[in-house]
Design a protein around this ligand. Structure first.
Ligand code: BG6
Length: 475
């Protein structure tokens, strides 16, 4: 097989501030929307905006990346990473979100972080808001369905774009913006559990975020025309269950509900099918006169997406939605992870081609990974062979997509170091190639241990992908 990875391919790893940094009130930081989420299955379903005593909130310490980042970056360098995706925690820069001036101590933290990465030869890729709206904004103004958030967001963007313009080239606005209509608390800071018409609020929030993304892109280019702004979508794959036309068309329509977000933010206009979609949902989006012009003038430079799994759509069953993507019927041809996510490397090649055909802009695989339990053996090693297999097969699928002609800038393995799970708050749903000694109740030394997968990825990166070509069975 031909090695499709070029010399400048950004082999990388990814995390998010709220899942890793901890130090949740340190150096002036305010509370973010994830800081009130407890561990457990109901985490995303029941939102209690006030912190309670005697509850465990995983984000408060997380893996203490805030203090341990210099050592962690040393490990990333040793692994050979060329890029590292993380987010800026908005509430470190504007603790409430609506202040007149930013918090200098928060800004200083990211100065140090990005400098350390640059010195290690690692390109930072920065998410501006990875489920990280300041909680105060929600309490005072409501979430993203209030247009006022556009101005607060733009002010935050202006500050960070100016401050980090020489360190950061690749930006993306909102993590998995299509999750606004699936997990609205995380993605749009709106709690719709009591709403009679949740879709109205969710699509209004999405519209406001489209305008915010476009205006942020405008600002970014004014500050540094070389910078790149990406849209970030959750795009795990979906197949029809049978050739029954209702399965085929149903899965197509279901997929389009996610692609809708790319259509607006890449093509620059509400797609024709959205008129009927809004009519059927009884939605009336409030817009200002120049909103559509703004959206069409400042579109995205690249498409970043997360891909974890594929699922199966059947017109007779309801789809469930989690952080990894929608989950429908079980596919009998695929293996399933401990958390019920079905592993499908060929699906990644399929999705890359689907997206590149549709948009013809560079792609970035901003999240891909396997969450599972790990065990430290008697000699202190972690032999995570399943993770190696997942990594290898997905990289091979990317190689095929590159050979198919897709333009792919980067691959950033999700949870390159063990972090808190977004969906459940567990530590024991581990993605890392680096182990962190901490459990679901918050106990542990926080010691870091490279897993076997660390050395595997290191060898792949060192060979520029060539070592993958020697593996025999692909999928
Ligand atoms: C993505 C999110 O949806 O899925 C991440 O962007 C998240 O923040 C990842 O961690 C995996 O989901 P989980 O629930 O296993 O952490």
């Amino acid at each position: 097989m031909k090695n499709g990875f070029t010399k400048d391919f950004l082999w990388g790893g990814a995390i998010a501030a709220n899942q890793s940094e901890g130090a949740y009130l340190e150096d002036g930081k305010g509370l973010g929307i994830c800081d009130i989420l407890e561990v457990g299955k109901k985490r995303l379903l029941e939102v209690d905006m006030n912190l309670k005593d005697n509850c465990y909130y995983p984000s408060h310490e997380a893996i203490d990346f805030y203090h341990q980042y210099p050592n962690d970056i040393k490990l990333f360098k040793e692994m050979g990473l060329k890029s590292f995706r993380t987010s800026i925690n908005w509430a470190r820069i504007f603790p409430n979100g609506d202040e007149a001036t930013p918090n200098e101590e928060g800004l200083r933290f990211y100065d140090k972080l990005f400098n350390e990465l640059k010195e290690a030869g690692i390109e930072p890729i920065v998410t501006i808001s990875h489920y990280e709206t300041p909680l105060y904004l929600v309490k005072r103004y409501g979430g993203w369905d209030n247009r006022k958030l556009i101005d607060f967001f733009l002010k935050y963007c202006e500050v960070i774009f100016k401050r980090y313009q020489h360190q950061v080239k690749y930006w993306m606005s909102f993590n998995e913006i299509n999750n606004v209509v699936k997990i609205p608390w995380l993605a749009a800071a709106i709690d719709v559990s009591e709403d009679e018409k949740p879709a109205q609020r969710m699509y209004q929030a999405a519209h406001n975020m489209f305008v915010a993304h476009a205006l942020a892109t405008k600002k970014l280019k004014e500050i540094n025309s070389e910078s790149q702004m990406g849209v970030m979508l959750s795009l795990s794959g979906i197949y029809p269950d049978t050739c029954h036309p209702k399965d085929v068309f149903g899965s197509f329509e279901f997929r389009r509900k996610s692609l809708f977000f790319g259509d607006v933010m890449i093509r620059g206009e509400y797609p024709s099918y959205s008129k009927r979609m809004f009519e059927e949902l009884g939605i009336d989006i409030k817009m200002k006169a120049d909103d559509l012009d703004i959206i069409s003038s400042y579109t995205s430079d690249y498409l970043a997406f997360s891909y974890y799994l594929t699922t199966v759509y059947s017109h007779t069953e309801t789809m469930k939605t989690g952080t990894g993507g929608p989950v429908g019927k079980t596919n009998p041809h695929l293996a399933t992870s401990e958390w019920g996510w079905q592993i499908d490397p060929l699906g990644l090649r399929y999705v890359c081609n689907e997206l590149y055909d549709r948009y013809q802009i560079p792609l970035m695989i901003a999240e891909n990974g396997l969450g599972g339990r790990d065990y430290v053996n008697k000699t202190g090693e972690i032999n995570d062979l399943d993770r190696i297999d997942y990594l290898r097969s997905h990289l091979l699928a990317i190689n095929e997509a590159l050979n198919d002609g897709c333009e792919i800038l980067a691959y950033t393995w999700w949870g390159i170091i063990d972090i808190v799970s977004a969906g459940t708050g567990e530590m024991e749903k581990r993605y890392g190639l680096i182990y962190v000694d901490k459990n679901n109740t918050g106990k542990g030394t926080l010691k870091r241990i490279p897993k076997e997968s660390f050395y595997y990825y290191q060898a792949v990166i060192q060979s520029g992908g060539q070592s993958l070509m020697e593996s025999k069975d692909i999928y």
